[in-house]
Design a protein around this ligand. Structure first.
Ligand code: SAM
Length: 280
């Protein structure tokens, strides 16, 4: 049986049936264009038989496009009304039984995922996009790659390289897990309701080997947070709080091979990791 996609009229009809008025609080901007959801799935190169996790399936437009490829989907949705309707929508659109698993929960609190998905595909709720992404990368090492749609500025920050103005904590923390790249633009006209921001697709491939242990990651992220908390200051000052004084910070930085006069935005994730490794 072929999986069919949701159209704009059906999405509005479903929302009316469920008495759902999209809310900003939950970042509810639904994609109402079949080409766009297929474009996201294509960017993620989802293959038949693969296991995908989708965060925030909403009324199911992207979900059905993933299922159309023959992949299996675990979908995590916080809005109970939407989560409860999805199995019926899937059945009505030709999805084989067992291909879709719903987790009715806040993605930020999920610690287990049925089906051990290896790919992340999502049109993320904009207000929590970075925390949700980092939570999933940290909690589910089985996730090998993914493509997510986020607010354009957020995508650019995630994919930013050292030395650029927009390089910040999301860039370094995301890079901990592997390389990221921008992989497509999406017009705001394909959403209902139309948001007042532009969107971009951003994708990652996880490094074959983890960069460091969980303890190293935690210590690295602490240093990253401190460095960008005072991003205009030289690192010896910005890190003086966590190392006790600016001269102690200078010593740590020098033994990590980093100039104490550098600024947080100059360092790669490798530099931050080395600082964490030599820190007392
Ligand atoms: N995937 C659908 C689409 O493309 O049309 C909906 C995307 S909409 C931008 C974001 C979805 O995430 C909404 O369905 C919203 O209810 C859900 N959501 C918001 N916060 C969430 C959270 N913390 N955990 C899980 N889902 C969440």
């Amino acid at each position: 049986m072929t999986v069919t996609l949701l159209g704009a009229t059906e999405i509005r009809r479903l929302a009316a049936e469920l008495d759902v008025t999209p809310t900003k609080k939950l970042g509810q901007n639904f994609v109402v264009d079949a080409n766009t959801v297929r474009k996201i799935v294509h960017a993620a190169a989802v293959q038949p038989g693969e296991r995908v996790v989708e965060i925030g399936p909403g009324l199911g437009s992207l979900t059905l496009a993933i299922l159309e490829t023959g992949a299996a989907v675990t979908a995590v949705e916080i809005d109970h009304r939407l989560a409860a309707r999805l199995p019926q929508t899937a059945a009505e659109h030709g999805v084989p039984e067992g291909a879709l698993t719903i987790v009715d929960a806040d993605a930020l609190r999920v610690t287990e995922l049925p089906g051990d998905p290896t790919i992340l595909v999502a049109n993320l709720p904009y207000n929590v996009s970075v925390p949700v992404l980092l939570h999933f990368l940290e909690t589910f090492p089985t996730l090998q790659r993914g493509v997510v749609m986020v607010q354009a500025e957020v995508a650019e920050r995630i994919a930013a390289k050292p030395g650029s103005k927009i390089y910040g904590t999301p860039s370094v923390k995301a890079a901990w897990y592997g390389p990221w790249r921008l992989c497509g633009t999406v017009s705001r006209q394909v959403f209902w309701p139309v948001p007042n921001v532009d969107s971009l697709l951003v994708g990652f491939v996880r490094d074959a080997e983890p960069r460091g242990s969980e303890d190293e990651r935690r210590r690295t992220f602490q240093i990253v947070d401190a460095a960008f908390n005072q991003r205009r200051k030289m690192l010896r000052q910005a890190l003086s709080g966590i190392f006790g004084s600016s001269s102690a910070a200078s010593e740590v930085l020098e033994s990590a091979g980093v100039a104490p006069t550098a600024r947080g935005e100059d360092l790669t994730v490798d530099d931050y990791h080395r600082i964490a490794l030599v820190a007392p």
